[in-house]
Write a protein that binds this ligand. Structure first.
Ligand code: C5P
Length: 228
């Protein structure tokens, strides 16, 4: 079976407060996107990558993809207003014969290499599967400053990407969401809405989403960890 990996990288990244778009921020001397692409291009399950970018980084993304000299094709498409619109562009660009679609945020370069394999196993029993880790914090509900309750932690999981789906299911879910004008923050949120069965793929806390300047410092540490 072959996996088409869709990488949304078309965000504006306002929370970072940097002038460089997040996928091109440097960790040591390479862009965030270099690490993300390299991790997929060295995975034998991957048959193509669809990288979804903003017009502002299109040229840099093309140059970076070409520099990786991989035999696995990297298609580049332009994204949309919301993450969901960008992923939809990627879904439409995937080679129709590929049975599995994996969606992965460009700004998560450190997902566990085992998640694609483990996710594929889960697709034998589930419609979709998403990388995640148990929640270690105590989570409270609030109204303004006031604490109004505690959410039992043992039933909570912090969900990451990659998120894998049978290709036809992800396509159907997106079409339904568009016809309902429903927007979610990840693929699972759409699939849940339409009653599909989804599973968690065990991931590690290393799979950070590079969102703030603190995350970039963490990323420097993680690159050192994987180098040694
Ligand atoms: O918006 P959020 O921070 O959740 O972004 C997660 C990923 O989605 C990032 O890799 C970002 O570049 C991408 N994104 C996108 N198109 C948008 C918004 C976000 O591809 N319109």
């Amino acid at each position: 079976e072959s996996v088409s990996v869709i990488i949304p990288a078309a965000g504006q990244g306002k929370r970072m407060g940097a002038s460089v778009p997040k996928p091109f921020l440097s960790i040591k001397d390479k862009p965030v996107l270099w690490y993300t692409l390299t991790r997929f291009l060295t995975n034998p399950l991957v048959s193509e990558i669809i990288l979804v970018v903003s017009p502002a980084i299109r040229e840099d993304a093309e140059t970076l993809a070409a520099s990786l000299k991989s035999t696995i094709p990297v298609k580049i498409r332009e994204g949309g207003k919301e993450r969901q619109d960008s992923v939809w562009q990627g879904i439409q660009a995937a080679t129709p014969g590929n049975s599995v679609l994996a969606v992965h945020d460009a700004v998560r370069p450190f997902f566990a290499p085992s998640v694609l394999h483990d996710g594929m196993q889960l697709l034998k029993k589930f419609h979709g599967a998403a990388a995640g880790i148990p929640v270690v914090h105590t989570i409270k509900k609030t109204e303004g400053q006031e604490i109004t309750g505690t959410v039992p932690r043992d039933s909570l999981v912090q969900i990451h990407t990659p998120q894998l789906f049978h290709a036809s299911i992800l396509k159907t879910v997106y079409e339904k969401a568009y016809s309902d004008h429903f927007y979610g923050t990840d693929e699972c949120m759409l699939a849940e809405r339409y009653g599909y069965k989804l599973a968690v793929i065990p991931d590690t806390p290393d799979n950070i989403k590079i969102t703030t300047p603190f995350d970039l410092q963490m990323a420097e540490m993680l690159v050192k960890k994987y180098e040694s």
